[in-house]
Design a protein around this ligand. Sequence first.
Ligand SMILES: N[C@@H](CC(=O)c1ccccc1NC=O)C(=O)O
Ligand SMILES: [Zn+2]
Ligand SMILES: [Zn+2]
Length: 208
Amino acid sequence: MNRWIDISQRLDNKIPVWPGDSPFSYKISWSMEDSGSVNVGQITMSTHTGTHIDAPFHFDSDGKRVIDLDVNLYIGPARVIHLHDTKSICVNELKEHNLSGVIRLLIYTGAWKNRSEFPKSIPHFEPEAASYLAEIGVRLIGLDLPSVDPLDSKELPAHHELTRHGLHILEGLVLDDIDEGDYELAALPLPLVEGDGSPVRAVLKKID
Ligand SMILES: N[C@@H](CC(=O)c1ccccc1NC=O)C(=O)O
Ligand SMILES: [Zn+2]
Ligand SMILES: [Zn+2]
C-alpha cells in the first residue's frame, strides 16, 4: 500500500527566510511549570516561509486573499516532473513532457541545494509558459524553489501571468526524493481571512 510522503520543509527557528523578512520563531509562552497543566506555544512567521502557497493579494492589492482560494485546488491528482539544471522553466522544456490531463504540476529543479541557507539565485518560471500550461488545463504549479520569479524581481511577472491565466502557486516544496510520475497531493492553506500567503503541510501519495 502506498503511503503519504511529506514534501514540506520543517519549521524550526533556523529555517531560512526571504532576506529581511521576519524570522520564524516558535516558543513556549506559557509553560507547564507556569501554568501547572499545559505547554502553550506561540508562532511568529512570515506567510512566505518554507513550503507555502501565495494568494494573489501577495502581489495585487485587489487580489484574492487566502480564505478566497478554492480548497479543491490543493487536494487531488498531481504530476511530478524533473527539470535538471534548468536556467529558466520555459515552454520548450515543458514540451519535453507529456502533460495532457495534468491539473496540478509539481516541478523538481534541484536548484536549492543547501536548505539551511536562503539561495543566492534560482531558476525562474518564464511568464510566457503560463498561457501554455493554462491551455493544457493546469491550475496549480508547485516548485522546489522559494519563488517563481527571480529573487531580485520587483515586478514579479511570473506571479502575475500565472494568476492572470488562473494558475495558483505553491512554493518551497522538498522534492529531492520524489520520482517523476503521478501522485495524490494534499497541501492545504490555513483559513487566513486576510492572508497574502499561507504555510502548508504538503504530502504526496504515489498513484499506481
Ligand atoms: N514573491 C516571493 C516572496 C517575496 O517576494 C518576499 C517575501 C518576503 C519578504 C519580501 C519579499 N519580496 C520583497 O521584495 C514569494 O512568493 O514567496
Ligand atoms: Zn510566496
Ligand atoms: Zn511566490
